[in-house]
Ligand binder design. Sequence first.
Ligand SMILES: *Cc1c(COP(=O)(O)O)cnc(C)c1O
Length: 400
Amino acid sequence: MAFNPADKIQDLQYFGEFGGVNPSISDSSTYTFLSAKTMFDTFEGNTEGCYLYSRHSSPSNLYLGEALAAMEGTETANVTASGMGAITAVILQLCNAGDHMVSSRTIYGGTYAFMKNFLPKFNIGTSFVDTTDLEKVEKSITEQTKLIYCETISNPLLEVTDIKGLSAIAKKHNIPLVVDNTFSPLTVAPAKLGADVVINSLTKFINGSSDAVGGVVCGTTEFCLSLKDVNNGAGMLLGSTMDSLRAASILKNMRTLHIRIKKHSDNAMYLAKNLEQAGLKVVYPGLKSHPGHETLKKQMNPEYGFGGMLTLDVGSLEKANRLMELMQEKNLGYLAVSLGFYKTLFSAPGSSTSSEIPIEEQEAMGLSNGLIRFSIGLDNDMKRTFEMMKSCFKKVGLMH
Ligand SMILES: *Cc1c(COP(=O)(O)O)cnc(C)c1O
């Protein structure tokens, strides 16, 4: 039977310490030991299931990690204080000074800035390539290359990665494939397609209420333990630890993730089809016109749809700004960065979330300044929403 991530989450069962239907929250930063010897063993990493200090691990964080590992189909997972906390820890764990990575050129702006501006401090270099071109990826690998990095569906251009194809190249060169799955939880399970490490920003769809920042690294027990190692683990030493109260609240929101993702996808598909029919330049992986449509179809769990993200190129930044302001006035959504909220969120990535990427490079990758990124919300009646949107499109001359 095919791997279904929502079923895996549902199969987990944990009770609170007093029989609560939610696990008890561990409101402690440090933990007692009955014997001094056990404390020593725990420091040495020899005692499974003993808690030491909450930067290392805590019961609430382990519960959330367990649910995320079940979702991604990995042995285990470490939760982190943010998506960037997960990304930076993974890269710094895998690379030493002088090493090199091959990364997709269309990635989250913060990840791009970290690779391009920050890692050179440690003489870690990145080749940014079009990862949909497998030949280019392979040609960019050098003796120093320690990992291949990409997003399942990229931010903001919605390029679709052939994860199986990339994984074959990574395996051939004996390096890990690291995949950021933030845009496509449940829809795609990258680890099942050969990714070695799967990262998610929990801030987006997974938590889904725009009230928390969080991240996760899903991978093998060996890799996740190495991140937590008290002597040389990047997760442990860089300190991007999630708070236990937050872990408990995100776990509760995860229980509706499958319902939300289906609705986000249905709404986005409805809107994308109608915008395309109206002759607008819409990009959505669920449309046959999308270059990655077939690739995504081969990799996805069809019941969760093609995700909640779409982009629309309206030609200029002025038009984009006017349209977004109008849509916000009509209460069709918020002019805000981020994604995965119940309300539709829209922003122009060229001047916001991807502004870390220099203009020339934005142009080279096809990120035009009239591009609007939409995270489609959970609107009950998308037909009604589209009718209201049309009036805004008419006002800026995009429809007649
Ligand atoms: C938001 C985002 C991140 C960063 O996550 P934070 O939780 O904001 O640190 C990483 N990757 C993608 C694709 C994102 O959208």
